[in-house]
Write a protein that binds this ligand. Structure first.
Ligand SMILES: [Zn+2]
Length: 342
């Protein structure tokens, strides 16, 4: 198969085209001939190196959609020819956490394309239970753009954040992957969404997707003050924090009393420091969220099927141009998901 690999951690220049043996599906596995792979910031972190041991040469990419072209022994749920998208969380399926539907807490939880060979390729192999049908009529680039970010946003808002109708949610980076999903899922749940994004085009997109207010984060104002201002001084009940670093204490400080900051990543910095008092006096919670479970993706897909949410595709690059695609994401020039087509 054709793939984009890296043989050492590094910048986008570490990505190179390679011809690899076709992966063979084992018991319970299926092979998918990919039609589209969507980029996530995770791909860049995996390329730079997160300290975890990963297969080398490495094929990155967690999100993909395509057509099943081979199935291993004992597969009954999908057949060759089925159009599927990949649920990127891999777990044992048998431990108490998996049985309770909390797969990302499974001791053997892994993410496709991080700890396994991923979707920057013409083919990939996943367990049959990680295949979900592509909604009828949905193009492959859109289908590939859904799983990781919609799953993450659903898990952050509802499962970890306990969002209730009428609450106010702040979503920074609202024109990025998790942001686009979070704005729509929160609005669909009856929350009032305050979004922030860099520039007029991105704030317009956030409004179109259901944000009640969209702040321009490139305007060089204190975003916490602005959020407090537009919420009448009260602050949001929940902050979707996919930013990390110094943003996290700022998010906690802008929250209403009893507010929750749900963190899923740390693109802006790996650590933060804050006065303890600013947590316990206003009873603000900081919660971690790591991907999510297949049932949450199924719930998010139900909202897509009902027209309450949709993926937004920025641009499709040929697979061979994966480095350019990653640069575009790294420089935050994208409006929605960047897709690779093999
Ligand atoms: Zn398990």
């Amino acid at each position: 198969m054709k793939a984009i690999v890296f043989r050492r951690h590094g910048g986008p220049e570490a990505l190179e085209a390679a011809e690899l043996p076709d992966p063979q599906p084992g018991p319970g596995d299926v092979r998918i001939a990919l039609r589209a792979a969507a980029l996530n910031h995770l791909d860049i972190w995996v390329r730079i190196g997160l300290g975890a041991t990963i297969p080398m040469p490495h094929v990155g990419g967690s999100d993909g959609a395509g057509v099943v072209d081979a199935v291993g022994p004992d597969v009954t749920s999908v057949s060759p020819g089925d159009a599927v998208m990949i649920a990127p969380g891999l777990s044992c399926g048998e431990c108490p956490e998996c049985l309770a539907g909390r797969e990302s807490r499974c001791p053997s939880f892994r993410i496709h394309g991080f700890q396994t060979q991923g979707t920057y390729a013409t083919h990939t192999v996943v367990p049959a239970r990680n295949c979900l049908p592509v909604p009828p009529g949905m193009p492959f680039p859109e289908a590939a753009s859904i799983p990781l970010v919609f799953l993450t946003a659903y898990h952050m808002l509802f499962t970890r954040g306990g969002l209730r109708p009428g609450e106010t949610v702040f979503v920074p980076g609202a024109a990025g992957g998790v942001g686009i999903a979070a704005v729509q899922l929160a609005a669909a749940a009856g929350a009032r969404v305050v979004a922030a994004a860099g520039g007029a085009e991105k704030t317009a997109l956030a409004r179109k997707l259901g944000a009640w207010e969209a702040l321009d984060s490139s305007a060089n104002k204190n975003i916490g003050d602005e959020v407090r201002h537009v919420t009448g001084g009260r602050g949001p009940d929940l902050v979707v924090d996919h930013v990390g670093g110094d943003f996290t204490p700022a998010a906690a400080a802008m929250c209403a009393r009893g507010g929750r900051v749900v963190c899923c990543g740390a693109t802006a910095g790996k650590q933060f420091a804050m006065p303890m008092r600013s947590l316990y006096v206003p009873e603000v919670s900081i919660l971690g969220a790591y991907m999510g479970s297949r049932w949450e993706l199924v719930e998010a897909l139900r909202l897509v099927a009902h027209g309450k949410a949709r993926p937004v595709v920025d641009r499709t690059f040929p697979l061979a141009h994966a480095a350019d695609a990653q640069r575009r994401m790294d420089e935050r020039r994208n409006l929605g998901k960047i897709v690779l087509a093999p």
